[in-house]
Design a protein around this ligand. Structure first.
Ligand code: ADE
Ligand code: ZN
Length: 330
């Protein structure tokens, strides 16, 4: 079986970050919005570093305005993911961008996204679940409002709560109240850490937010004791190698620690983060990892099994994903 056709489980994608530049450009044109500064001459996104990336991300998001826009975006993203062999995706959704953290408005956006997900599941067989994400550089007060949106809509589809954005802003403990609210609503927890912050940032996210997964977490490699602790406790890393390389966390594929973390017993999973921003796809990531570390189909199936076990979905859905991973041709 080709790496592209291999069934895949993806746990870390931002919905707006998965919007193709042409899609955003089209929406901007419809709305007479001039965001031409964020595009390159050949139709990609243009940014110099992570902080400019966040600015471009938010400018692109300004063109994705209505529940109907999010419906179209969800369909487009899932269609592309299914073409890459993805059978199950967890996507980060932000009430900050979907209705300005107003619970009633957020319900409308969520409804539109879920309708698109149902359609994509029927036509492409891909299963989607949502994780509400607070944005760190918007601050703890907004994160609490975001957590309220999440708590009010938590169910077997809206399954998680997370934290993305600028890791250099604030400390995990500033967001503990928001995470406590989400935990009380029985949401499963993840946080971006160890991407722009070092091992200390990962330790703090684990201690103060009590998350079971870490978004990225790759800079744990700088602290052997932390690597041992991650391996011993079974914390799952949502690793996005192409994102890290495009944004300059590591200088290239050979320098990326994903293979070293895995060899040390850490549970690693593979995702794309914001694929069009980084000129990547999930099967593209697999090809680069196969070329760099010699990983084969068995390695990727093992990694996808780790991801399926770490997914925030209900047990029936998990069993269905595991069956599809075990018998890819069935
Ligand atoms: N939001 C979208 N992509 C992100 C990343 N790589 N790190 C933090 N926040 C993000
Ligand atoms: Zn991310």
């Amino acid at each position: 079986m080709s790496l592209k056709a291999l069934p895949k489980v993806e746990l870390h994608v931002h919905i707006e970050g998965a919007a193709p530049a042409a899609f955003v450009c089209g929406l901007a044109r419809e709305k007479n919005l001039d965001i031409s500064r964020i595009f390159t001459a050949n139709g990609g996104y243009q940014y110099r570093d992570f902080w400019q990336f966040l600015d471009v991300y938010e400018a692109a998001t300004s063109a994705i305005q209505t529940p109907e826009d999010y419906h179209r975006l969800t369909l487009a993203v899932l269609e592309e993911s299914a073409a890459q062999g993805v059978i199950y995706t967890e996507m980060f959704l932000s009430p900050d961008f979907c209705g300005g953290r107003d619970v009633t408005a957020w319900r409308d956006y969520l409804h539109a996204i879920r309708e698109a997900a149902d359609l994509a599941e029927k036509t492409h067989g891909i299963v989607l679940r949502g994780i509400v994400t607070a944005i760190r550089h918007f601050g703890p007060d907004k994160a609490r409002e975001t957590a309220l949106c999440a708590a009010e809509t938590a169910d077997d589809w809206l399954v998680g709560f997370g934290l993305a954005g600028d890791e250099k802003m604030g400390r995990p403990r500033d967001f503990a109240y928001a995470f406590d609210m989400a935990r009380e609503a029985r949401l499963r927890l993840t946080a971006h850490a160890g991407e722009w912050g070092g091992p200390h940032s990962v330790r703090e996210a684990l201690r103060d937010l009590r998350v079971e997964r870490i978004g990225h977490g790759v800079r744990a490699i700088e602290d052997p004791a932390l690597v041992d602790e991650l391996a011993a406790t079974g914390v799952v890393l949502e690793v996005c190698p192409g994102s890290n390389i495009a944004l300059g966390v590591f200088p290239g594929w050979a320098a990326h620690p994903v293979a070293r973390l895995r060899a040390r017993g850490v549970k690693v999973t593979l995702s794309t983060d914001d694929p069009p921003f980084f000129h990547t796809t999930l099967s593209g990531e697999y090809h680069r990892l196969a070329d760099t570390f010699g990983w084969d189909e068995a390695d990727f199936t093992e990694i996808n099994t780790v991801a399926a076990r770490a997914a925030f979905c209900d047990e029936q859905t998990r069993a269905q994903i595991l069956t599809r991973l075990e018998a890819p041709d069935a």
